[in-house]
Write a protein that binds this ligand. Structure first.
Ligand code: CA
Length: 297
């Protein structure tokens, strides 16, 4: 079955993106806690060379090519609800979902996406649902929101090459495995998508950042939990070095997969997998982390 990223189905005007609603199952996102802004830890990623992409996966993941990246810094975890709340308070920031009045939510049981009025980073499933949890990754934030957050912190979004390089453990040729010794190493969809989420990895929704430990570089949640925005426009790799035409509409790349990705339908948790959505869109399963050029602090 070809992969259909739900983000792509909601990529333009919100008014035409409303989808059929079938019973929305409870996701049981835990109740929120009071927001306190933790200091964002960063990990220095050594520079080096790596293979980007794959010739054996989805067409947009190839052709594989070699890339050399300078050292950079990357947030250890996705940005949390607590950190985003502190940013909102300090900057009096209003997200795009709040200004537009809705955020995209998946209908469990069908896998269809729809816009839910009042769904935003505080209540990602909608105004009548549980509040987002302070130590979980913030969601229902657009690329523009994510960029604003990182800029306020003196940082930037990572490029998709930086994200893949880091997700590969700094250019290791072998890809991380989803399971080790019978235990999941990332928060993904377990069960039968989209009918049954049995939460065998411990979580039906998002999970606290870092709940699955750290990889060899010291990073957490580079696979699963939430898709993460990158700085790049989504296009074939062969065109990546070309300037993006001014004013041309497009979509931004997301990396890492989410708690809605299963091994058969999505598998977006693989380091080479690419998600994408318009920069003004906000989704239940999309967050971000920030990067910084070495020497730019
Ligand atoms: Ca899960």
């Amino acid at each position: 079955m070809p992969l259909r990223y739900p983000s792509a189905r909601l990529r333009t005007a919100r008014g035409r993106a409303i989808r059929q609603l079938v019973a929305l199952c409870s996701l049981a996102l835990p109740l929120g806690a009071s927001a306190a802004a933790p200091a964002a830890e960063m990990v220095r990623i050594p520079g080096g060379s790596t293979v980007i992409g794959s010739d054996r996966s989805r067409p947009d993941e190839g052709p594989a090519f070699s890339a050399t990246l300078p050292a950079f810094e990357l947030d250890r975890t996705p940005v949390t609800v607590a950190a985003f709340a502190a940013f909102v308070k300090q900057q009096r920031y209003v997200t795009e979902a709040e200004r537009l009045g809705s955020g995209a939510v998946m209908t469990f049981g069908t896998g269809q996406w729809r816009l839910v009025a009042g769904a935003d980073w505080r209540r990602p499933l909608g105004p009548k649902s549980d509040a987002a949890v302070s130590d979980h990754p913030v969601t229902q934030v657009s690329w523009n929101d994510a960029s604003a957050f990182c800029a306020a912190a003196g940082k930037r979004l990572p490029s998709e090459l930086e994200f893949e390089y880091a997700a590969r453990g700094g250019g290791q040729s072998s890809e991380p495995v989803l399971m080790k010794n019978g235990r999941y190493r990332a928060n993904v969809w377990t069960g039968v998508f989209p009918l049954l989420n049995n939460a065998k990895d411990g979580y039906a929704g998002t999970s606290p950042v870092g709940a699955f430990g750290r990889d060899a570089l010291g990073l957490s949640d580079m696979a699963g939990n939430v898709w993460e925005w990158t700085s790049d426009w989504y296009r074939p790799y062969a065109e990546r070095a070309l300037p993006w035409p001014a004013g041309q509409a497009g979509e931004k790349v997301q990396r890492g997969g989410s708690f809605l990705c299963d091994a058969n339908f999505c598998s977006g948790f693989r380091p080479t997998a690419r998600g994408h959505a318009s920069p003004d869109s906000s989704h239940l399963h999309v967050g971000f982390r920030c990067a910084r050029t070495v020497g730019a602090s």
